[in-house]
Design a protein around this ligand. Structure first.
Ligand code: ARG
Length: 492
């Protein structure tokens, strides 16, 4: 009986060979070889479940488990090259197994299909990659907090419409980025959980007549449970799309920080200088000092958004259940995860290399009447309706502009003329740093509010690091490492 030759898992019903051009075009081994370790772990869980349930005869099941464990050990020791002319990584694994243990290896595929197998391997891979990404993300978030703590009393304009708006502190500004990253961390955790549903046992699409135990397989993999519907199990790629979305949104956030670095290091702003370790030069203009890491961060955001877009288009309109189109899910999600992981690491280095220039920030507060809102708020406290206070303060701003002075430099007569309800003592309260100190509302820039934020985000980040530290290899992988894979009882 033909099984398609030495490098195929199928072929009995075929007479001719696949055209080599088509073979190359349809093969995924070139990129899904990355899944080799995860696919072996998935296979171990499947084989152990078959062993426990007596689906495979015990001696043969033990040989399969030993064979898979031997492959995993060699792979982890770097003694097993994942290459050759195979259709995909699943083919490679089965061929390696048969080469190692002989015909018993031909029983591994009992009660599974590549459709459930590929998705379980990808789920394991996505989980590991999200953990790695989270490690870099939390490092970067911690960096924002450290830099913020250095700059509680560094004041600068806060912007809306890229126009100077109201005074704030650099600590307040940097913490805004830290909180955003914390939201990204929470998103990664949710996607990590979403990926923890096992499709193994769904088979091609309709399950199997064998007495399998998918919940046990799921437990061996450290997943929260198994699929509720075998068709949904093999058709589902939501975890891939959501992982890509989490990466894309994280990149969008990083790109906003990156743009600020580009702006702030321009001569026009002059709020920051980059250390040599994070700046680059021009091949022609000797004076240049370009913020290239920040620009590349922004640029890489585009490709991750592209990965997410490709995945959405890939899934659109696909009839149930598995379709070979889904093979294209891998490179997109690999790229999104790789790029985001590299970006958070580079972002952390970039942030350390930013030299802030408090004196330039301070100088930017001196022009533009950034404390006008405070004068309006003063009038409100004196009983003036906000809309009227807004109009009167506007008149005061115009008077200051006409005289070429700042709002706090207006004389008392001019203030009384434009804002009749104002107390003249308010003029002394309109200095930017005083206004920052007066903005004590929740989440605001007053130094004591920022101190509270630093404390609360510190606690949140500790909890996040605790979550990450609590991640463990799948139980079946730990049993492999401990040599208990063939124990009669394997508690997970
Ligand atoms: N290489 C395939 C993929 O990445 C594995 C599943 C193949 N299944 C199939 N019936 N051809 O999706």
């Amino acid at each position: 009986v033909s099984d398609g030759g030495p490098d195929r898992l199928w072929g009995g019903r075929f007479r001719g060979a696949v055209d080599p051009e088509i073979d190359r075009f349809t093969a995924s081994f070139g990129f899904d070889r990355r899944l080799a370790r995860c696919d072996l772990v998935g296979s171990l869980a499947h084989a152990r479940m078959l062993y426990e349930r007596g689906v495979l005869e015990r001696t043969e099941a033990r040989r399969v488990l030993e064979g898979l464990a031997g492959l995993l050990a060699r792979l982890e020791a770097g003694e097993l090259a994942v290459d050759g002319a195979y259709e995909d990584v699943h083919t490679w694994i089965e061929m390696q197994l048969v080469a190692a243990i002989g015909d018993a290896g031909r029983r591994l595929h009992t009660a599974r299909s590549r459709n459930d197998q590929t998705s379980v391997a990808l789920r394991l891979y996505v989980r590991e990659s999200l953990e790695e990404l989270d490690r870099g993300l939390l490092e970067l978030a911690g960096g924002f907090c450290r830099r913020a703590a250095e700059h509680r009393e560094t004041f600068l304009p806060g912007y809306t419409h890229l126009q100077r708006g109201q005074p704030t502190s650099l600590a307040h500004h940097l913490l805004a980025h830290a909180w955003t990253l914390l939201a990204d961390h929470r998103r990664l955790v949710r996607v990590w959980e979403l990926a923890g549903v096992s499709p193994l046992g769904a088979g091609a699409l309709a399950g199997t007549p064998h007495p399998i135990d998918p919940e046990r397989t799921a437990a061996l993999l450290g997943f929260a449970g198994a699929f509720p519907n075998s068709m949904a199990a093999v058709a589902d790629r939501d975890y891939v799309l959501e992982a890509a979305f989490a990466c894309a949104l994280l990149m969008l956030h990083l790109s906003r920080f990156a743009s600020e670095i580009v702006l702030w290091t321009s001569s026009e702003f002059g709020f920051a200088l980059l250390e040599d370790s994070v700046a680059k030069g021009s091949s022609i203009m000797p004076q240049k000092r370009n913020p290239e890491p920040a620009e590349i961060l922004r640029g890489k955001t585009a490709r991750v958004v592209g990965d997410l877009t490709a995945l959405m288009v890939l899934l659109k309109g696909l009839p149930l259940t598995y379709n070979s189109d889904l093979q294209e899910d891998k490179e997109a999600v690999f790229d999104a995860l790789d790029t985001a992981t590299a970006a958070v690491r580079a972002g952390a280095v970039l942030l350390e290399g930013v030299g802030f220039r408090p004196e330039r920030m301070r100088a930017a507060l001196e022009r533009g009447h950034l404390t006008a809102t405070f004068l309006a708020d003063h009038l409100v406290r004196r009983g003036v309706p906000f809309r009227d206070a807004h109009a009167q303060t506007g008149a005061a701003v115009r008077a200051a502009d006409e005289r070429g002075v700042q709002l706090w430099e207006l004389d008392a007569a001019e203030l009384r003329r434009t804002c009749p309800e104002a107390e003249t003592s308010v003029l002394a309260e309109l200095r930017p740093e005083d206004v920052v100190r007066a903005h004590r509302s929740l989440g605001g820039p007053a130094p004591e509010r920022v101190a509270e934020q630093l404390e609360s985000i510190g606690a949140e980040l500790d909890a996040a690091r605790g979550w990450l530290a609590g991640r463990r290899a799948p139980p079946v992988h730990r049993a492999f490492a401990a040599g208990t894979l063939l124990d009669e009882r394997l508690d997970v």
